[in-house]
Design a protein around this ligand. Sequence first.
Ligand SMILES: Nc1ncnc2c1ncn2[C@@H]1O[C@H](COP(=O)(O)OP(=O)(O)OP(=O)(O)O)[C@@H](O)[C@H]1O
Ligand SMILES: [Mg+2]
Length: 362
Amino acid sequence: MNQELTQPLWDALRGVRFPGMSRDIVSFGFVKTVRLVEGRAEVDIQLTTGNPEAAAQIRADAERACLAVPGVESAAVEVRVQAPPAGQPGSQPTAQNPDLIPEVRAVVAVASGKGGVGKSTVTANLAVSLAKLGHRVGVLDADIYGPSMPMMFGIHERPMVVGDRILPFERHGVKVMSLGVILETDTPVIWRGPMVMKAIEQLLGDVEWGALDYLVVDLPPGTGDAQLTVTQKIPLAAAVIVTTPQDVALIDARKGLAMFRKVSVPVAGIIENMATFVCPHCGKETDVFKRGGGERTAELLGCPFLGSIPLDPAIVVGGDAGVPIVVSQPESAHAAAFRRVAEAVAAEVEKQLAQRPRMTIV
Ligand SMILES: Nc1ncnc2c1ncn2[C@@H]1O[C@H](COP(=O)(O)OP(=O)(O)OP(=O)(O)O)[C@@H](O)[C@H]1O
Ligand SMILES: [Mg+2]
């Protein structure tokens, strides 16, 4: 289809907003195809929402917008709606493209309300633990602010490209790809929405992930616009939220939960990091921040508690050296804690997959 012919239609559709939101349906990525055939505009829209009125409204607004374009005599707008998974409020939209990674069963995001809680450390160890449990696992580092998977997996080279496909790195039984190895390093990047979308699309669609059970995604910390954009682009099966045990972390965990609910992504649960510290000299246990904070947070927010990871300098050493602790000390209590978390995550994600909704056409 000649782009010039359909450009006025795309422009007109940029004037259609998701009811109650400030963004338009094109920038959300809902509009899949636009055609102009002998004066007839044909538009295909796809979105996830639990609000049928919103879908009907978008359809009517899109038709009206198309008909206002000079030369358009009729408009046929099809809106394909996917209901959000059960238990989610789902009144907000998402625009994901599962076709980019057809061989990946479940994409699981690791998120946190704030930075520095150990999200990347948990991502790396969770992924390797899932692989050790016999699953086929990939790690996608989508942290646009500070990609850390190259360091945590000891990747110092550029990826191989075969034909037009980028090959993921293979480390400790896990396939790994990071924005950090695709971007020029040391170049500060000011990310604007469309650039994030493009980079994420490349990480999903151009990387030869192959068949995977779980693709674990390290999201940027926080709950701002960038995080929302990333979660909208990646077809997430579920998200897990990493928190530290202090009461104050509850506020951030709550923000994280709200963000995923906004985009209809089920939260598989909460992982508490940097909990107890066992002194290597005297064996005494110290609750550095507080005991049971993560569990209480999960209870208060009404989502599963997936387990607790102790605080230990050995975890830092592993991360910095590119060998996650579950590899360097497989018999340690930390490795066991990560294994239990991995089992809990897999069980919750399977529950979410079983509830996945079907597509309907409005
Ligand atoms: N359980 C732990 N025990 C001790 N140190 C830890 C633990 N988990 C993470 N750390 C250390 O805390 C620091 C922050 O961890 P990490 O980079 O994983 O956090 P993050 O949430 O991904 O941070 P960012 O928001 O910058 O992406 C790192 O130095 C890491 O080694
Ligand atoms: Mg990080």
